[in-house]
Design a binder for this molecule. Structure first.
Ligand code: DQA
Length: 144
């Protein structure tokens, strides 16, 4: 089983950016957590991060017939990107939406999520542990 984890803009700045909101764990430790989760579950977990919307669309398209599941934190593109939603719909791969912070308790402009319409589950506010939970959920969801 192969799961692709996609992170949007500024996720590479974890540990530096707004630690009161996103925590002190850095991006490298997130990558390590994903690798450890894959090893623990006996599945392949690949991570991709980009600050560019089109690159994220390209990566989703490239996942077609190559990945069984997607975990996506579109970051700021959550609230703006119809293109990312359409790409997910186009490839038809089961997808879980993850947010490190509890977006439901934040600004009004963060209350809209375009990808949510397509995703089988949303995990928000659990910090980087949310990615682990998402992978565990997806593994079970895919084999069902
Ligand atoms: C985020 C929440 C978004 O609103 C924000 O733009 C991000 C990160 C999160 O993981 O909590 O960059 O997706």
């Amino acid at each position: 089983m192969k799961i692709l984890v996609i992170n949007g803009p500024n996720i590479n700045m974890l540990g530096i950016r707004e630690p009161g909101i996103y925590g002190t764990q850095d991006y490298m430790s997130l990558r390590k957590l994903l690798e450890d989760t894959g090893n623990e579950l006996g599945i392949t977990v690949e991570e991709f991060q980009s600050n560019h919307e089109g690159d994220i669309v390209d990566k989703i398209q490239h996942a077609y017939r190559r990945f069984d599941g997607i975990v996506i934190n579109p970051a700021a593109y959550t609230h703006t990107s119809v293109a990312i939603l359409d790409a997910l719909k186009a490839v038809g791969i089961p997808t879980v939406e993850v947010h490190i912070s509890d977006v439901s308790a934040r600004e009004d402009f963060r209350q809209i999520s375009y990808v949510r319409e397509y995703c089988v589950k949303t995990i928000s506010g659990l910090g980087t542990e949310g990615y682990r939970q998402a992978i565990i959920f997806l593994k079970d969801y895919i084999v069902r």
